[in-house]
Design a protein around this ligand. Structure first.
Ligand SMILES: Cc1ncc(COP(=O)(O)O)c(C=O)c1O
Length: 321
């Protein structure tokens, strides 16, 4: 019997190092491979646990977060869940500010993890399950007010380098290590753009020929410079119709792709049925875009994607029927 050296001091140390799986059932009959990183196996069931840890630990290292100081951030639920875990373990009170348009499983999970959840009404005319950039602007105003009222630290995922660094230092290098460096392309559905920016930077540093594609919802391709005709799409976690995301580096974007709601839903369901991968809308969007690339300009290539969060977060939506 050998004694284990794998005892961890807290759940925070279980964040990251997620498995990479080849989606060979989804790509049957196609020439090429899709490699999917199972980010829903993080303790908060999404990739955003990574940035929660990085942002808080960067702030601690830089002296920007005092012991016991309140942390506030706006969230579609996933960053908030990650922050609820990290702040809970480290002893910082955490306030999650979220639109009522996001699925309620997320609010309940954050509360269970000790977060104070502030729900913000959507714009008149917005519908539940469809969170637009306008809805998010209201959430941002509420977050700013709470930060000022409580003298809190804003774990600002749209601006803080920790969001980029989590993926540049960890997710990207993990992809490279687990694939033996055999990645030709990466495509990613953007919310803050932190995952895309960090992974793309790591990939380009390793091999500038790795092509990196940014994915947006059909009808909300603001980053690609198109007119926004459908801000109320169904792909939760991103596609906020913002023409500028501070963390993105334009020189790392080789192309823009669009995925429609129905296509994202269809591929999310195929992931569950064919691969046993129970993930959310944006994971389906990532795999859908990769499938299209394999059928067109990247035939025969290997494409890396993230399975961003768990399908359990959408049980109250019409994703699963
Ligand atoms: C489910 C889901 N998919 C995709 C994204 C977008 O990731 P990023 O903010 O790194 O662009 C998020 C961000 O919150 C998310 O929660």
């Amino acid at each position: 019997m050998s004694f284990s050296d794998s005892l961890l001091p807290s759940v925070i140390e279980t964040i990251g190092d997620t498995p990479l799986v080849e989606l060979s059932r989804l790509t049957a009959g196609l020439d090429g491979r899709i490699l999917a990183k199972l980010e829903f196996l993080n303790p908060g069931y999404s990739k955003k646990d990574r940035i929660a840890r990085q942002i808080i630990e960067d702030a601690e290292a830089e002296g920007k977060l005092r012991p016991g100081q309140t942390v506030v951030e706006l969230t579609s639920g996933n960053t908030g869940t990650g922050l609820a875990i990290v702040c809970g373990v480290k002893g910082y009170p955490f306030v999650a500010v979220m639109s009522r348009g996001n699925s309620m499983e997320r609010a309940r999970m954050m509360s269970a993890l000790g977060a104070e959840v502030v729900l913000v009404d959507q714009l008149p005319g917005s519908t539940s399950g469809h969170v637009s950039g306008g809805d998010l602007a209201l959430v941002d105003q509420a977050a700013q007010r709470i930060v000022a009222e409580r003298g809190a630290f804003r774990a600002d995922q749209f601006h803080l380098a920790g969001n980029f660094r989590a993926h540049y230092l960890h997710t990207g290098p993990e992809f490279l290590r687990q694939s033996g460096g055999k990645i030709d392309a990466f495509c990613d559905f953007a919310g803050t753009g932190g995952s895309f920016a960090g992974c793309a930077a790591a990939f380009k540093e390793f091999n500038p020929a790795i092509r990196c594609y940014l994915i947006e919802p059909e009808g909300a391709a603001a980053l690609a410079g198109e007119a926004v005709t459908n801000p109320n799409h169904r792909i939760q976690g991103g596609g906020y119709s913002m023409a500028d995301l501070p963390l993105l580096r334009p020189e790392h974007i080789d192309g823009y792709l669009k995925v429609g709601d129905d296509e994202a839903v269809q591929v999310t369901r195929r992931l569950a049925l064919e691969e046993g991968i129970f993930a959310g809308f944006s994971s389906g969007a990532n795999a859908a875009a990769a499938l299209r690339l394999l059928r067109t300009e990247l035939r025969g290539k290997t494409i890396a994607v993230m399975m961003c969060d768990s399908g359990l977060k959408y049980l109250s939506t019409d994703l699963w029927e």
